[in-house]
Design a protein around this ligand. Structure first.
Ligand code: FEO
Length: 401
């Protein structure tokens, strides 16, 4: 049965949520599920903006047929060709052979790459600034390469001042009836997943997100319709400010996140002593993660959030403890920069993790390794206890003054 929601005037949401998928892109855990949003405008011409993942394909087609109510589908706009949105595009093109495909020059060959179909005779190829008038609405297409794939574009509807933003402004999390961000406590219940989505999906492409934000600043936008998560029609500036921070790698919080990679608990003991001493000095909201237990996507998100990071790692096979090395390389891949980092290393016979972590951090941009790396030889002794006190002094001094 259909589940179509009217958003505004002649604009409809006909997406769906997947609460069964364990890992988005087969890598990111999504315990709260994920939504795939598609939008339909019933103007003089009918316009579908994006399709959906195959997981919700059946419901999507029911929704679309119900919403069209026998009218033909005139246009399908393909803002993003990734299969979480386009897995159902091939079937859509078969079911509506008269629909024209509005896409840019990078998207058109991707359609043939994913499907055994040639859309050259039904493609309306658009480039930056091109428009499509469908009656009351005039859609403008803006290229947004690498937010998150090279063919990504966003679509602006000047009539109702709606930005169809593709992956931008999306979030993990299934929609539970409330499809608008102002119908949920977004800061309490959604922000962490929005940050984790942004940092892991497009975190690497801050410059490209900045380019999109600069163009968006010149437009009057009353509603943002992303491909994942709630629709924004109130307090847009609050979410735009988050994107401004994330895309410039500016910490959201002046705070500390401690990440420990510990084999038998001694390195974790050092991390916990440091956390306790920081708390004594007045540092609040300290985060502490075991990198072997918390999925790396959460760790990356927390590193984007905090101004100060502590990496506490055992030495393993003469290298950085594997989960910590994986985390650090993931941070480098996502382009994180501009953080202050304190180090704790451990090695029973040859502690090398501190030196090796420093080397990786030096390959990243504007990462400042704080003085006073604490070296454990197996476990915390009096010398290391004093070292952790000094590190707590230095971090607290920076955070509180
Ligand atoms: Fe939601 Fe880049 O796909």
């Amino acid at each position: 049965m259909h589940c179509v929601t009217n958003i505004h005037e002649d604009l409809y949401w006909l997406g769906g949520s997947d609460r069964q998928l364990a890992k988005f892109e087969n890598v990111f855990p999504i315990p709260r599920g994920v939504s795939y949003n598609a939008y339909l405008v019933l103007d003089e011409k009918t316009v579908l903006l994006d399709t959906v993942d195959k997981a919700v394909g059946e419901r999507f087609f029911e929704n679309l047929e119900f919403a069209l109510a026998g009218r033909p589908l005139d246009y399908v706009v393909v803002n993003h060709m990734e299969p979480d949105h386009c897995a159902t595009l091939g079937e859509l093109l078969r079911r509506w052979p008269g629909a024209q495909v509005v896409a840019n020059a990078k998207t058109v060959p991707m359609v043939s790459q994913f499907f055994d179909c040639d859309i050259s005779n039904r493609a309306v190829v658009v480039k930056e600034g091109d428009t499509l008038c469908t009656g009351r609405h005039t859609f403008t297409f803006l290229m947004a390469p690498m937010v998150h794939w090279p063919e990504v574009m966003v679509t602006y509807d000047a009539a109702d001042k709606v930005l169809f933003s593709a992956d931008a402004f999306g979030t993990f999390g299934a929609l539970n009836g409330n499809i608008f961000a102002d119908q949920v406590d977004f800061e309490r219940d959604w922000l962490d997943d929005a940050r984790r989505y942004y940092t892991n999906i497009v975190g690497k492409y801050g410059a490209q997100v900045q380019s999109l934000l600069k163009r968006a600043a010149g437009m009057e936008i009353q509603m943002i319709c992303p491909l994942h998560g709630p629709i924004w029609r109130e307090n847009l500036e609050w979410f735009l400010e988050k994107y401004q921070r994330w895309s410039t790698y500016t910490p959201e919080d002046r705070g500390v996140a401690i990440f420990c990679g510990s084999i038998y608990g001694h390195t974790e003991n050092a991390a916990e002593i440091l956390a306790a001493r920081l708390a004594e000095r007045g540092v609040k909201n300290i985060a502490l993660y075991d990198v072997s237990h918390t999925d790396v996507s959460y760790l990356v998100s927390e590193a984007f959030r905090c101004s100060h990071l502590v990496l506490a790692s055992a030495t393993y096979n003469g290298e950085i403890y594997t989960p910590m090395e994986n985390f650090l390389r993931d941070l480098a891949c996502h382009g994180l920069r501009g953080r202050s980092v304190a180090l704790i290393e451990n090695g029973t016979w040859a502690a090398r993790s501190g030196m090796l972590m420093t080397k990786l951090l030096e390959e990243m941009k504007e990462m400042r390794v704080m003085e006073g790396t604490v070296t454990l030889k197996s476990s915390v002794k009096e010398a290391q206890r004093r070292g952790l006190e000094s590190l707590a002094d230095a971090i607290a001094d920076e955070l509180l003054h």
